[in-house]
Design a protein around this ligand. Sequence first.
Ligand code: M6R
Length: 608
Amino acid sequence: MCGIVGYVGRQQCADILVSALKKLEYRGYDSAGIAVHSNGKIKTVKAKGKIAEGLEAKLAKEGKPYGTCGIAHTRWATHGEPSDVNSHPIGNGRITIVHNGIIENYREIKEFLISKGYGFESETDTETVAKLLDYYYSGDPIDAIISALSDIEGAYALGIIFRDFPEKIYAVRKESPLIVGKGKGENFIASDMTAILEHTKEYYLLEQGEIAVLDGDSISFYNLHKGSIEKTICIADWDMDAAEKGGYEHFMLKEIHEQPSVIKTTINPRIKDGLPDLSECGITPEKLNSYKRIFVVACGTAMHAGVVGRYVIEKLARVPVSVEIASEFRYREPIVSEGDLVIVISQSGETADSLAAMRLAKQLGAETLAIVNVKGSSIAREADMLIYTHAGPEIAVASTKAYMVQIAVMYLLAFEMALAAGKIDETECRRLTSLLRETPEKIEKILENTEDAQYIAAQLLTADSLLYIGRGLDYALSMEGSLKLKELSYIHSESYAAGELKHGTISLITDNVPVIAVATQQNLFDKTISNIKEVKTRGAKVIIVCRESYVPDKDIADFKFGLPDDVEDLLMPMAAVVPLQLIAYYTSVLRGNDVDKPRNLAKSVTVE
Ligand code: M6R
């Protein structure tokens, strides 16, 4: 979704702003722009399209605005098509703003402002905020901001510059995230830390309704009554390398290869004396033992991590788990109450539907546990209990390493829960925990074999559609494999419970609808093989993902991706997801797609 950056300091800011915007490209956008205080005016340059072809080309043609204070934006269109005029920054020469989020009552505000003589150029909700600020402005920016915010309903992160205050940036947020970076003789605003990591690791988290005022030497914070606020500085533990490609062709490939190491960083600190210990996250065995029902609420890949979690928790701890799509959960009057645990999984911690679902669960009396990757994000801040995954910045839109550590955390949770409930004894818990610790090595081994994934990808390029099938945990995994393929390759695919195929979906099978069958669960293996035969005899090309030692006959599969034999069934999703990620990655590469930024997608979905 949209990205915001602002710089105020002693250096010429145009290049700094553009380079920071490039760090936010991963969020997804369709236009970009900058506005700089320049010789007593605010000079704005903005353009539809990618930064390189749009904004940078325009800057090269028109010249970069000269100045040391400016704001910048990447826009992911919501109100009004992607176009130069709808791009941000937006302003009228006196006040210019960048905005993330959605102003829900923008029509009323627009009508009011039109009645006051204002004209509008763009179709955006943002322009109403810029004009409303102008309406209220009579020399004091903070007064104008406070008055305007009292009229606005919706979600916003705003970066604002006033022509009369050429060395200052103003910022405020509600719902949409915004941080304030503290440098030496220079300060920043940004939607997320990756934009400014090369300049500073020190930052403040702007809370709801707080106003930040920055110049090169100082940062002040005010509440909406204009009272001054003291805030604690945070230090980012991500470094620059984490946000660079590090020699890989794409972030996604780098992130796939980082999986062994991020599993270790995520689980090792939570294992004490060979047993899971989540007490530093506010989770105790007593608490875990007190829940009668568990809901996992999330979106997309994070929701798929929840599906794996459901199988594992139910199998080991025997507590009922229901996995819910956040956008459905929040509007279907869910039956959730005190005594229930609602687990919200989110890489970004800012997904609007997941956040709203979590708030609803709290209102209904449930306890909430967030499994989140981005420190200080909204979901992390509002949950009752919190487990950070330590995947580092995930830049590719397609989630890989974040999914891996989300499921790793679900395993730890399931093991501890099962032990607390007396469903497994300490010896078994130690055994499982130790197997979990061994998964990074197994994944390393799988990653040595990218050729098979490339070969399989080459077979899929012209497919009309694909089916991913499996049973049990293999079905859970098929969902993620299918999502990865469609978001990256733009080939339609569906995941299906293998045993359910013959109840309708098998009619889709033709020789141009390949089937990727995941068959790692030994108790279900023969049944899955029977289902595979059903599609094979109807002409499907079959790719099987299974243990290395299994050698399929020609009447079962055309290609095989082999996984290490010594991975326990329960932990197989962590191994088997890797070939599915690689197959999706290479299919996208071979089709010439933009792997890290697939069309129409945004990394952090902050609107519902
Ligand atoms: O930041 P979140 O984990 O809450 O994001 C949820 C989904 O938007 C996300 O997992 C999405 O499905 C992935 N980008 C798919 O690869």
